[in-house]
Design a protein around this ligand. Structure first.
Ligand SMILES: [Zn+2]
Length: 405
């Protein structure tokens, strides 16, 4: 039985409940911030809480970030719970967004900036200011010289920040979490030891996203030796489902990850997740309108617009008819491929599409989204479908982390 908490990293992802999948139109009176829905407003419970990065809210180096100025002002005015319309069943965690400034010599914030961000926004947990150590040592490639010095500098800086952060957060309302960075299992353990001596109960293990699963497990096995009974580890950016039992054994109490959302529309094949590690490829039927490659081909005369529109509609209709058992699999597959030959010039994914059609995974899922939109969830087409598929994946991950099998 696994019982690991899942925090969903916010990137202002929501869907429009007024979207009509057949006509692809919206309610004209829709106001995004009022009417659009976050995952926790769609599902019974898709995660234990959300993770919000200071860098995402504020933007960095002149870039606007994910928040518009109006959203940012509203975030600070309303605080995290009201802004996200989060009920008491959810927790909130803040971090600095160290990935966004990983290439800078020093983090662009002070410890005070970060403490103020957490306190003024009303977070339940706050992760101390950190600077990512990127290199990881293997028996074949030892880190040495300048590279080692840089790893050590970033680790000591992160530990110094953690010490000040803990002191400054004593009279605040959030629970402080220290960050451990390292370049091999021993150096991670060293950082964890020091954080425990400082007085941290919650320790975040950072910089592990690029690591292989076997390396993550090695680090966990080693840092577990330093763990006190009350120590709880949080894995930043990691959701490797195959390993949740091992994670838990080594003291991992929570994780965060955007992988299930991103894979819905960024991965070549693992677009729709089912259970603890089954994946299906979504059926690509890109919209003719707004597809840059297609409009270029149409303008140059390479593609006939009317023919393209017919093939696009035929693919949509064939898949929908197949889902209602009114059309056979080969016909649906051919219609998908006829359109694919036109927009992509190939028949790639024929095998994967056949597997998806055969398995009908949208029927195996009983979540609010799959029940409401059926086969539309498996169509790789526009953000309303693609985000909903991502939300479904998040919900699957959450349930897998809390299964009893
Ligand atoms: Zn579903």
């Amino acid at each position: 039985m696994a019982n690991i908490k899942y925090f969903f990293p916010d990137s202002q992802d929501f869907v429009d409940p007024s979207f009509n999948f057949l006509t692809e139109t919206r309610n004209e009176h829709r106001v995004r911030q009022r009417d659009d829905r976050y995952p926790h407003e769609i599902f019974e419970k898709p995660y234990d809480g959300i993770l919000v990065s200071k860098a995402i809210v504020d933007g960095l180096r002149g870039s606007a970030g994910k928040y518009t100025q109006a959203q940012r002002q509203r975030f600070y005015r309303e605080q995290v719970r009201t802004f996200f319309r989060l009920s008491d069943r959810y927790q909130s965690m803040g971090d600095c967004g160290a990935f966004t400034y990983a290439d800078m010599h020093m983090p662009p914030y002070s410890v005070d900036d970060v403490v103020d961000f957490y306190e003024n926004s009303g977070f339940d947990f706050g992760i101390s200011l950190d600077h990512i150590v990127f290199a990881f040592e293997t028996p074949k490639s030892k880190i040495q010289g300048e590279d080692l010095e840089e790893c050590m500098r970033r680790q000591s800086l992160t530990l110094e920040y953690a010490d000040i952060f803990l002191e400054k957060s004593q009279d605040k309302h959030f629970i402080p979490m220290g960050v451990a960075h390292g370049w091999n299992p021993e150096s991670y353990k060293d950082a964890v030891d020091k954080l425990i001596v400082m007085g941290y109960e919650f320790i975040t293990l950072g910089g592990m996203v690029p690591l292989k699963t076997s390396q993550i497990l090695e680090v966990l096995e080693t840092v577990n030796q330093a763990r006190k009974p009350e120590t709880k580890f949080h894995l930043l950016g990691i959701s490797r489902l195959e390993n949740v039992e091992a994670f838990e054994k080594y003291g991992v109490a929570s994780i965060d990850s955007t992988t299930p959302l991103r894979q819905a529309f960024k991965d070549n094949k693992k677009n729709f997740h089912l259970g603890g590690g089954e994946y299906f490829t979504a059926l690509r039927i890109p919209q003719l309108d707004g597809n840059l490659t297609m409009s270029r081909k149409i303008r140059s005369g390479e593609v006939d617009q009317d023919e393209a529109r017919l093939l696009e509609q035929a693919a949509l209709e064939a898949v929908r008819a197949y889902s209602q058992h009114k059309e056979d699999l080969e016909t649906a597959l051919d219609a998908l491929m006829d359109y694919k030959k036109l927009y992509a010039g190939n028949e790639k994914y024929r095998y994967e599409y056949r597997r998806t059609l055969e398995a009908r995974p949208w029927e195996s899922c009983n979540c609010e989204i799959c029940r409401a939109i059926g086969v539309e969830v498996i169509l790789f087409r526009g953000s309303e479908r693609n985000k909903r598929r991502g939300f479904h994946n998040i919900n699957e991950l959450y349930h897998h982390l809390h299964t009893t099998d």
